[in-house]
Design a protein around this ligand. Structure first.
Ligand code: FAD
Length: 436
């Protein structure tokens, strides 16, 4: 390939695209431009006071041969495999994840409602244009819907499932068999149901070792502190906030799609309107370092009830003992919010601590050694009815102008780290194919 490729964004998607370009052709002409002073994007860790915190829990769920090969070759011995130990906290009880086949421990009337509802549910695959709400009720029945699926999803997406589509579900919400549902109501045995029954995590250093390893292989090809501010499709040129410019034959964009569209010069009005239809949620990630050894051997807990501020809480020490100094532990909590309604940090930290005490995770007298608050301005793309037509319209324009959209926010989708790297590999294969 003799084209000059410019990649916007140095998160996993941009780095994986560069890595694949280099693998295909060590002489390939490409550069990665990253706005911040670090590579990694969402896949980053911060260290302080002996603790390491990721930008909230980032675990490698490797479901595909392609992804397994890529990450295991790249990180090999640095990774450890774990069997999921995930839970849900609701009605004052801890039950195993996934909820739909683990109601054991909940009040008897809740278990009965969930079982009767499941027996009555028809469980056919999603119909075209069906709402997420209707799908939940049809797949799992009204009890499981009412006691977990609806409140949890509404809390996470800040959108009622009635206003969401089912396009993103794919692997994320599996339907158990009747036997699994009944077994999970009468016993506390774990199941392997679900997309993330096992996962990999670095032995030490947090998830940041992943982008760091990629960046090492890409040395000399990455420029940090370079914020793209304008894209000129006619002259195939990107301008940066510092006034510098770079020309390209092909542009790979992994930066948030609404921002890319806004920076395209002379972009058609209908495209701008499409970009302004896109919705997403942000996450406030509050991390605590605690002066107590071994807080929990659970990996993470889903928290559907509104009386608690966070939708999920996790324990980094259960993935890697290197995440906290000897004799201490750490916790991450995730609070989702609409980008135009950010929570007050001080109040959110206070409430998160109160909620951890109310759930019995922290004791009132536990000493907090450190508090690290991280904001994820783009966290989850909302799959409402406006998303697909808007993304399709934008994609028609960009693909006609030698721009490829890649990544969770570049392609505006629900992508894991593995999806991002697989998509990067596929994109580079296409660029090298004769029709590319
Ligand atoms: C709460 C949460 C939990 C998650 N947990 C997991 C998990 O357990 N396992 C998993 O596999 N995945 C998880 N993910 C998903 C994972 O984080 C993403 O799939 C992946 O990190 C996305 O990488 P990316 O490169 O596409 O995007 P990003 O990481 O967002 O990277 C985009 C990069 O572009 C840069 N940029 C933006 N604007 C500009 C500009 N104008 N000019 C130049 N650069 C710019 C940004 O600084 C950033 O570095 C989670 C995501 C969230 C939000």
């Amino acid at each position: 390939m003799s084209e000059r490729v410019v990649i916007l964004g140095g998160g996993i998607s941009g780095l994986a695209a560069g890595y694949q370009l280099l693998r295909r052709d060590p002489e390939a002409e490409f550069f990665i431009f990253e706005r911040s002073p670090h590579v990694g994007g969402l896949c980053r860790s911060v260290a302080g006071d002996g603790f390491t915190f990721d930008h909230t829990g980032h675990l490698l769920h490797l479901r595909t041969k392609q992804g397994r090969r890529f990450f295991l070759e790249l990180l090999g011995d640095e990774l450890t495999e774990h069997e999921r130990n995930a839970w849900i906290y609701s009605k004052g009880a801890f039950t195993r994840y996934p909820f739909q086949c683990h109601t054991y421990g909940l009040p008897a009337d809740v278990v009965t409602e969930c079982l009767v509802g499941f027996l009555r549910a028809r469980g056919e695959p999603a119909g075209e244009d069906e709402s997420f709400y209707d799908w939940i009720n049809r797949q799992f029945g009204s009890g499981i819907a009412r006691h977990f699926m609806i409140p949890y999803n509404q809390k996470l997406w800040k959108t009622h499932p009635r206003d969401m589509t089912t396009e993103w579900l794919d692997r994320f919400i599996p339907r158990p068999s009747l036997e699994e549902v009944i077994r999970g109501a009468v016993s506390n045995d774990p199941t392997t149901l679900g997309y993330n029954a096992t996962f990999f995590y670095p032995r030490s250093g947090g998830i940041a070792i992943l982008p760091r390893t990629l960046a090492r292989a890409l040395s000399g090809r990455i420029e940090l502190g370079k914020q793209a501010s304008a894209v000129r499709c006619g002259s195939r040129e990107v301008e940066f906030a510092d006034g510098s410019r770079v020309g390209y034959d092909r542009l790979i964009s992994t930066i948030p799609l609404p921002e890319l569209v806004e920076m395209i010069e002379d972009v058609p009005e209908d495209l701008l309107a499409a970009a302004r239809e896109l919705r997403w949620v942000s996450v406030l990630n509050i991390n605590f370092g605690i002066a107590r050894h071994h807080l929990s051997d659970r990996h993470w807990i889903y928290v559907p009830e509104d009386r608690f501020s966070f939708y999920r809480v996790g324990f980094p020490g259960s993935f890697s003992s290197s995440m906290a100094p000897e004799g201490t532990s750490s916790i991450y909590t995730e609070i989702s919010y609409l980008p135009d309604d950010p929570p007050d940090e001080g109040a959110a930290v206070h409430k998160a601590r109160e909620d951890l005490v109310a759930m019995g995770i922290l004791r009132p007298d536990d000493q907090i050694l450190t508090t690290v608050v991280l904001r994820l301005p783009y966290a989850y793309v909302v799959f409402d009815r406006r998303r697909r037509p808007a993304v399709e319209a934008i994609r028609r324009f960009t693909s006609g102008h030698s721009i490829d959209l890649l990544g969770r926010f570049g392609a505006w989708t629900y992508a894991s780290m593995e999806d991002c790297s697989n998509d990067a590999e596929r994109l580079v294969e296409r660029l090298f194919s004769p029709a590319g």
